[in-house]
Design a protein around this ligand. Structure first.
Ligand code: NAD
Length: 499
């Protein structure tokens, strides 16, 4: 448990945790064909952790060919579902057994607090493998209600080769949301982790091998987005790309598919999620805490972060005082310290990007209520205070654009109608939240919010049983739940004449 293990314990583990830095293709570890590498950096210190293989087109070709071969040979796709279930349950158990080292790898690679990686990211990843393992042998196909002289079956078949391209904010968990259902359904997978955070994906490959997932079925190609990511997007033998990342990159994947083989593309993209507190909020303390955690958890690097907060006038001043008090407790600290509620921003470029939004907020006339400064600079790391702006207009950049950092834009509203209008005034539609004691209003507003996820009297809660994804420019398709299996299977109709 985190509470009983202190900073010294985690620092010592970080020093000795084994690192994998090569690509994992067809059951073997290999450097990039051209020997290229990229540095992965610890955001808490700015120090290089390791040079990792930077896969290029030739490596992606090898990985896709291995995945295709494995699929065609049926060494995984052709197994009884109970056998795939057994291997994935073993993988879930291995992730759980190795949770401390996976948590440390995630924390040093990405900058998020050890309390979060150990308490959430890694156990949720393990649960995801176990859940799809348990699900896959309980799903039946269909028989259509045709005339008696016909038997028409509707069966689900795996697609073939799935490329999973994932971001750096929840590296192992985002990968697992795709890898687990794709493998459970019988596909082969090529995973490309983000260049900021490749270490847990590579460790996952080792664990998958130990779990008995055959060579070629699961491959990991670390590399740069514009090289390895693009090669997967354009590859003629990839059947599906399951992507999580920014909306700009998501749009590229749609273009890659159009330029190549019209592969299926599922997109989990950006967000600018509205979080609404009505003046009949049943519990202002809980709402203030949820609003603070909803934007400052994971340094604000969360696609569903409640980055636009709308507070009704009747409670505005009282609520803001409570919010400020909660936010002030979430100061950034060493990510390896179990007491840290916030860690470091993932890299220098992202820190600069977030700071440019803080600057824009000031320039455009937003009122800075809290934070706004870089801190802990002596560490060499990339830390920013929790930052709250009050916004006089919805036209401000900090209200309209995804910042992906610990910056909250607060707006006061008067009526329900106004709150819904402002909430929906965004190109994104991922998360949303509202606090009210009025049941009719809860239903009414939930229906009207243009979002894939609505939280009522809570924020960011959930588990693997419910779909996760967005509308508008937040993407298409859903991760998690049984619905995620739709992304990795196709329907086949077989019409059999019995005449
Ligand atoms: P990103 O789009 O820069 O990168 C995501 C992945 O795409 C990485 O693996 C990257 O290497 C790859 N990539 C980058 N450029 C590419 C290109 N030209 N061609 C092919 N691949 C390319 O996103 P990021 O900065 O890693 O992550 C932050 C974004 O992810 C935010 O917008 C956030 O909202 C989004 N996100 C969404 C969800 C969701 O479920 N909707 C979850 C987490 C993060």
């Amino acid at each position: 448990m985190t509470e009983t293990k202190d900073l010294a314990y985690w620092r010592a583990l970080a020093e000795r945790v084994p690192l994998r830095t090569q690509a994992y293709i067809d059951g073997r570890w290999a450097d990039a064909a051209d020997g290229a590498t990229f540095d992965t950096v610890n955001p808490a210190t700015g120090q290089v952790i390791a040079a990792v293989a930077a896969c290029g087109g030739a490596d992606v070709d090898r990985a896709v060919a291995a995945a295709r071969r494995a699929f065609d040979q049926g060494i995984w796709s052709g197994l009884p579902r109970s056998a795939r279930k057994a291997a994935l349950l073993k993988l879930a158990a291995l992730v759980d057994t190795h949770r401390e080292e996976l948590a440390v790898l995630e924390t040093i690679d990405m900058g998020k607090p050890i309390a979060d990686t150990l308490g959430y990211d890694i156990p949720e990843a393990a649960r995801t493998y176990a859940w799809y393992a348990e699900a896959i042998d309980k799903i039946y196909d269909e028989i259509a209600p045709t005339a008696p002289e016909v038997l028409a079956t509707i069966t689900r078949e795996p697609l073939g080769v799935v490329a999973a391209v994932v971001p750096w904010n929840y590296p192992l968990l985002m990968a697992s949301w795709k890898v687990a259902p794709a493998l459970a359904a019988g596909n082969s997978v090529v995973l490309k982790p983000a260049e900021q955070s490749p270490l847990t994906a590579l460790r996952l490959a080792e664990l998958a091998e130990l779990a008995g997932i055959p060579a070629g079925v699961f491959n990991v190609v670390p590399g740069l987005g514009a090289v390895a990511g693009q090669a997967l997007g354009l590859h003629a033998d990839v059947d599906c790309v399951a992507f999580t990342g920014s909306t700009a990159t998501g749009k590229r994947f749609l273009q890659y598919a159009g330029q190549s083989n019209l592969k299926r593309v599922w997109l989990e993209c950006g967000g600018k999620s509205p979080h609404i507190v009505f003046d009949d909020c049943p519990d202002l303390d809980r709402a203030a805490r949820a609003a603070a955690v909803g934007i400052f958890n994971n340094q604000g690097e969360i696609c569903i972060a409640g980055s636009r907060l709308y507070v009704q006038d009747g409670i505005y001043d009282r609520f803001m005082a409570k919010l400020e008090a909660c936010a002030a407790t979430m100061q950034p600290g060493d990510p390896l310290d179990p007491a840290s509620a916030m860690g470091a921003i993932v890299d220098r470029a992202q820190l600069d990007r977030v700071l440019s939004y803080v600057h824009a907020g000031r320039e455009e006339g937003a009122r800075l209520r809290l934070g706004g400064e870089r801190v802990r600079t002596d560490s060499g790391g990339f830390y920013l205070q929790p930052t709250i702006f009050e916004c006089p207009s919805q036209a401000l950049k900090i209200v309209r654009e995804e910042i992906f950092g610990p910056v909250l834009a607060v707006t006061r509203f008067h009526t329900e109608e106004e709150a819904v209008r402002m909430a929906n005034d965004s190109p994104y539609g991922l998360g949303s939240g509202l606090w009210t004691a009025n049941l009719a209003r809860a239903h009414r507003v939930s229906r009207r919010l243009q979002a894939g996820l609505v939280w009522v009297n809570c924020y960011m809660d959930g588990d693997v049983t419910v779909p996760f994804g967005g509308v508008k420019q937040s993407g298409s398709g859903r991760d998690k739940s049984l619905h995620a299996l739709d992304k990795y299977t196709d329907l086949k109709t077989t019409w059999i004449s019995l005449a």
